[in-house]
Ligand binder design. Structure first.
Ligand code: PSV
Ligand code: MN
Length: 386
């Protein structure tokens, strides 16, 4: 039997962090389609994020990206967030958009470029001190395009050295979350291509370094839930960057391409105790052609649905089937949970939280979309590089 009351209680305390950049304009390398009403400043991004939290009740924090969200006064930004009912979350660094980084950032062959990159990461920790953020999220575009272009091992040494310097700067209660990605923008060898490389660096660094799993950063067919189970077992799963992919790092809405995979991942999270620990559930998405705020609400709901199904797995029945070697029954237990329509349960959860059971409809009726289109006129919309 599954404990419905416990599942509901867990769903009420779930927290999904939304990324500031998802509220801005984005696109592919071919075209960025601007949308009316898009935020022009970090403050306006927070205003939109507050809407997502207001209608879902489970999106209380917002990831910032530096320098895209650079402001003069971070305490004032944190205060603005609080006034709107949200908080500032992870600080995402950017060591990929300057000309200097053509051959890499902290793995670059030249010491001066490595210094600059480490300097940026240290500045991100200063910002964390000002915002009260606990997590520094690191994604490195570093890598090489051609065999022989640079020394693969030397690049690992430089990576280890740079990470160690930043690690030493972390304060109490602060962590670094290291992302891996197997390709792009480097196409021959990426310097942190997989969870094993990220794990090896984090292990050496110490307990404040953990791995973040971006669901779009794997080769097709990769068993992501196995990676999740393993990292959780080792105490090294720091969090997720949720999104979904049909082909490459598509950054589409989480749960859109493969809801079954998301369920399997969430089951391993529930199974491994990650749901009640400090695993950060973050979105890392771009809404290129769909309206951004409802897309982010939809994404949060997709995470909730996968989580609800994972919580509904009858774990004692599953354990019994597994122990007796009943392959079909074990699979049936998992599939029963996956095939449950959890939308009525989530409507109940929202109702009990004092929310409208239908977040997207409620958002549409709120008039916020019309308000921002009318008010956000002039200025420069946030978008890639801004
Ligand atoms: C690039 O792939 C990426 O999506 C990484 O996953 C980062 O988390 C994000 O951009 C923001 O820098
Ligand atoms: Mn990511």
């Amino acid at each position: 039997m599954t404990d419905l009351a416990a599942a509901k209680a867990a769903l009420k305390t779930q927290a999904v962090e939304t990324p500031s950049w998802a509220y801005g304009n984005s696109g592919t390398r071919f075209k960025v389609f601007a949308q009316a009403g898009v935020p022009r400043t970090p403050v306006e991004k927070l205003d939109d994020a507050a809407q997502v939290h207001a209608f879902t009740g489970v999106a209380p924090t917002v990831s910032l990206h530096i320098p895209w969200d650079k402001v003069e006064d971070y305490s004032a930004l944190a205060k603005h967030a609080e006034d709107r009912g949200v908080r500032l979350g992870a600080i995402n660094s950017n060591t990929f958009q300057d000309d200097d980084y053509k051959l890499g950032s902290i793995c670059h062959p030249e010491a001066s470029v490595r210094r600059k990159a480490v300097g940026h990461l240290l500045e991100c920790v200063d910002i964390m001190d000002a915002t009260g953020s606990a997590d520094l999220k690191l994604w490195f575009a570093d890598g090489t395009n051609y065999p022989g272009q640079d020394d693969l091992r030397a690049r690992q040494d430089r990576l280890a050295e740079g990470l160690a310097e930043v690690y030493a700067r972390l304060g109490d209660g602060q962590r670094m979350l290291l992302e891996y990605k197997f390709f792009e923008p480097a196409f021959y060898a990426t310097d942190v291509p997989d969870w094993g490389t990220a794990y090896a660096h984090c292990l050496k660094l110490g307990p404040k370094a953990q791995v973040v799993v971006d669901t779009g950063h794997h080769a097709p067919g990769t068993n992501i839930e196995f990676i999740v189970a393993t990292l959780l077992r080792e105490g090294k799963l720091g969090g997720f960057d949720f999104n979904s992919r049909f082909y490459a790092d598509d950054d589409l809405m989480v749960g859109a391409a493969d809801p079954f995979q998301l369920f399997r991942i969430m089951y391993e999270v529930v199974r491994g105790g990650g749901f009640t620990s400090d695993v950060a559930f973050m979105l890392d998405q771009c809404h290129n052609i769909e309206a951004k705020i409802p897309a982010i609400i939809r994404s949060v709901m997709n995470v909730q649905e996968a989580t609800a199904k994972a919580l509904l797995v009858d774990r004692s029945a599953l354990a019994a089937a597994q122990a007796s070697g009943d392959v079909l029954e074990a699979n049936a237990v998992v599939m029963d949970a996956y095939n449950t329509d959890v939308r009525p349960l989530l409507r109940e959860v929202r109702d009990e939280m004092g929310l409208d059971p239908e977040p997207i409809g409620a958002y549409r009726r709120s008039g916020w979309a019309e308000k921002i289109v009318a008010e956000r006129v002039g200025g420069e919309q946030a978008g890639w590089g801004a």
